[in-house]
Design a protein around this ligand. Structure first.
Ligand code: PEP
Length: 251
C-alpha cells in the first residue's frame, strides 16, 4: 500500500506572512516523519512563499483549484502549468465549496482532472453527499454519479497518480464527523467503484482520504479503518500544532 496522505486545505485563510509562519512551524513539528505524505494547500497568493519554506523538506505543495484550459482570456483563473511553475505537485478538484458556491459540475471537474493529469499534477478529487441525500438513503448513488462523471475517460494507464477525498458535505466545517464505520462503509464503496472503473490494481494504488471535521481526537479511529488512507483537513490544519497531531496520529 502507498503511504497515507494528509492534506491541509487552508481555503481563503492566511496572508503570505501567516502562511509562511504556519508552514515553518509545521516543518519543525513533523521533522523526520517519513511514513506519511503531507501536502499543504495555501491560497494562490502564498504558494510561492510557502514553497520557499518547504524546499528540501518532505512537505509537498498543492493548490485549491485550477482552470482546465492551458491559457487564454479567462480572467481570474490559474492553469496547471502555472501551478507546476510555482512548485505545486497536487491540486484539489471538485471541493464541495467549489460545487456549492461556484456551480462546478462533474463535467467541468472531469475536464480539470484530465488537464491536471496530463500536465503531471496529482488531482485530489473530492466527492461526497449532502445531509438530505444521506437521510434519503442516496449517499452511495450520489457518490457513484460523482465518481463516474469526474473520472469519465480517465484510465490512469500511463501511471498517473490520483487521490480521492470522500468529504460528506454535512461534516465539512460543522464539527460533525462521520463515524469511522460510516466513513469506512463509503470508502469501501468508493474502492469497489474504482475497481470497476479502473481495475483492481489501480483501485488499490489510489489513496482515499476522509475529509469533514477531522481533528486530533478523532483521527485515530478513522485511520484504523482499512480503506481510509489519510485525511483532507480544513479547520484543524490552520494551526500547525493541531495539524501535526493529526499527521502524527500513531504517537
Ligand atoms: C475541507 O474543507 O476539505 C474540510 C475537510 O474541512 P473541515 O476539516 O474544516 O471540515
Amino acid at each position: 500500500m502507498p503511504k497515507p496522505i494528509f492534506g491541509g486545505n487552508w481555503k481563503m485563510h492566511k496572508t503570505m506572512q501567516q502562511a509562511v509562519r504556519t508552514v515553518g512551524e509545521l516543518k519543525k513539528e513533523i521533522q523526520n516523519l517519513d511514513e506519511v505524505e503531507v501536502v499543504v494547500f495555501p491560497p494562490f497568493t502564498a504558494l510561492s512563499s510557502v514553497k520557499a519554506v518547504i524546499e528540501g523538506s518532505s512537505i509537498a505543495l498543492g493548490a485549491q483549484n485550477m482552470h482546465e484550459k492551458e491559457e487564454g482570456a479567462y480572467t481570474g483563473e490559474i492553469s496547471s502549468s502555472m501551478l507546476l511553475d510555482v512548485g505545486c505537485e497536487y491540486v484539489i478538484l471538485g471541493h464541495s465549496e467549489r460545487r456549492q458556491y461556484f456551480g462546478e459540475t462533474d463535467n467541468q471537474i472531469n475536464k480539470k482532472a484530465r488537464a491536471a493529469l496530463s500536465s503531471g499534477l496529482i488531482p485530489i478529487l473530492c466527492v461526497g453527499e449532502r445531509l438530505k441525500e444521506r437521510k434519503d438513503g442516496k449517499a452511495e448513488e450520489i457518490v457513484s454519479v460523482q465518481l463516474r462523471g469526474c473520472l469519465e475517460g480517465i484510465d490512469l494507464q500511463g501511471g498517473e497518480k490520483l487521490v480521492i477525498a470522500y468529504e460528506p458535505v454535512w461534516a465539512i466545517g460543522t464539527g460533525e464527523t462521520a463515524t469511522p464505520e460510516q466513513a469506512q462503509e463509503m470508502h469501501r464503496f468508493i474502492r469497489i467503484t474504482l475497481e470497476e472503473l479502473l481495475g483492481k490494481e489501480i483501485a488499490y494504488s489510489i489513496r482515499i482520504q476522509y475529509g469533514g471535521s477531522a481533528k486530533p481526537d478523532n483521527i485515530k479511529g478513522l485511520m484504523c479503518q482499512p480503506d481510509i488512507d489519510g485525511a483532507l483537513v480544513g479547520g484543524a490544519s490552520l494551526e500547525a500544532s493541531s495539524f501535526a497531531r493529526i499527521i502524527k496520529y500513531k504517537e
